[in-house]
Design a protein around this ligand. Sequence first.
Ligand code: GLV
Ligand code: MN
Ligand code: MN
Length: 425
Amino acid sequence: MSEMNAQTGDRKTSPLGEAIVGRINALATISQDPGNLTRIFLTSEHRAAAELIMGWMREAGMNAHLDAIGNVCGRYEGERPRLPCLMLGSHYDTVRDAGKWDGPLGLITAISCVGDLNRRGRRLPFAIEVAGFADEEGVRFASTLLGSRAIAGTFKQSVLATRDSTGKSMREALIEFGLDPDHIGAAARIRGELLAYIELHIEQGPVLEAENLPIGVVTAIAGATRLAARLTGMAGHAGTVPMALRRDALTGAAECISKIEELCRADDAGLVGTVGYIDAAPGATNVIPGEAHFTMDIRAPTDDHRKRAVGEIVRQIEAIAKRRTLELQVEVTHENRTVPCAPWLKEQVAAAVAAEGYPVFELPSGAGHDGMAMVDIADVAMLFVRCRGGISHHPDEHVDMADADAGARVLLRLIENFRPQEAGG
Ligand code: GLV
Ligand code: MN
Ligand code: MN
């Protein structure tokens, strides 16, 4: 084990951690806005990031290509060609005004680990594939996990018709990017090709920091439901229509949003609800809004709990709309079940953590991850790296170099010691 600080359990920095942080910073320069980090699916920034990542993959001894949905896929052969693979990965799209670690940390760490094996001329009895998923966040279109769903073979053709905020459909955006929407099926992999899927990711919460630990073993990825609501009232003159006679869609939305917060706050078993997007039409200072749209993101530790909460939230906002004589349309735009990490894989993650000298600490993931889609073709495990202040989806998101290094060492050991599940096990 390398030198550690007895007080904090932190390592001194090492070349792996330094290289990872250097690449994180390089990738973070690819953004649609100069002042902040925003990298969205099927944009010129997506393409520039893909080129950079594929270059790193090739440097690490992998074959690399862009697949049918814009994922970057790298493959490092095992002791012989065409062996089944251990797949590692994470996403390289971001939310708007993002932090630079969410997604890229796992992808870059995986590439660095392969680079380390390659430098040592080490081949394993299985191939390693690294997937950089093109869209996990779902910022541009209503659906999320588009990259991993394409690889898992669960991409729904119907989402090609969804439109971004400029009115462009996913089908049109794919064509503009140079991809063929009718060939997304070509990205799909089948179960026998993958021995497992393992993802390293920034924790995005405060738990590891509170435990004073750089690494955690994930038990399960919590499910999520995303909904879109449209309230329709009556637009009108801001100066002439008395308050009692208005059918203001935006004040109706405001009441709905407060109700969602109230319901989630009243729950003491981990329910969280977020309205992260709202707009109103026609959108003028002196016009009563006739239409309002907002999104909802609802999560809970169990699927039952989340489903009950979604039902209650929809009932309550229907009642608000009715009382205000507004029409309400609610659509579920995305739903993901809770995905447990496979016990046999979790054991191997825990063994690698312990072998690197860290206490084995388990925690669930409240955030969504590509493993939620990958579970359809492979057993899934995750490790978390400590996040400063629990801050994520925010430019202040931060991982210390020593923690990035710790994550890389654990992942490298996990890869080198990886044993596929015994048949029937
Ligand atoms: C992804 O970051 C999610 O949990 O929404
Ligand atoms: Mn995210
Ligand atoms: Mn992420």
